[in-house]
Write a protein that binds this ligand. Structure first.
Ligand code: SF4
Length: 161
């Protein structure tokens, strides 16, 4: 007999037809619907990061292909920092082209992933003279870029900036 599926249903247990009711604490307490008690959900951590919308003279934005493995693997996105808990500052590790650009912060977007909340600061800048993209980067008109939702939000915010 499948006690869990047929008799001891979480929201409507049939205690009167249950063969083990004489051994059941929940039944003895007179409140079988309260059990099993669900553990409270752990709050999701919040990660933060920064993305950069670099714009060229044609109004295209510099996108880059994310690594195949990992979150949003193989998808297009804006260049940016890693997404980490408790990080501050962004210039470190972003490379010369980025540190030579004058960036304007347009605001932040938020997105909820399965295991964490993400807050991304979005900066906009104009590509400096002589800027050379990396091999995994490409200039694309924003309307033509196929992006995951989180990056769509970032690009929409950048477009307002
Ligand atoms: S008596 Fe206990 S085990 Fe049986 S149906 Fe009720 S709550 Fe479930």
């Amino acid at each position: 007999m499948d006690l869990g599926a047929g008799i001891c249903r979480p929201k409507a247990p049939s205690c009167s037809s249950c063969p083990i009711s004489s051994h059941c604490d929940a039944y003895a307490r007179g409140e079988p619907e309260r059990f099993p008690v669900k553990a409270p959900k752990k709050p999701k951590p919040t990660r933060t990061g920064v993305v950069f919308a670099l714009i060229n003279g044609k109004g295209e934005i510099l996108f880059e292909r994310r690594p195949d493995k990992g979150l949003l693997g193989g998808m297009l996105g804006l260049p940016g920092t890693d997404w980490l808990e408790g990080q501050e500052g962004w210039a470190a590790g972003m490379g010369d082209a980025f540190t030579k650009t004058t960036w304007k912060k347009t605001g932040s977007i938020t997105h909820i992933f399965t295991h964490f909340h993400l807050t991304l600061e979005v900066y906009v800048g104009v590509a400096p003279k002589g800027f050379r993209r990396s091999s995994n980067q490409q200039w694309i008109a924003p309307a033509k870029a196929r992006l995951p939702t989180v990056m769509k939000k970032a690009v929409e915010l950048a477009a307002k900036g």
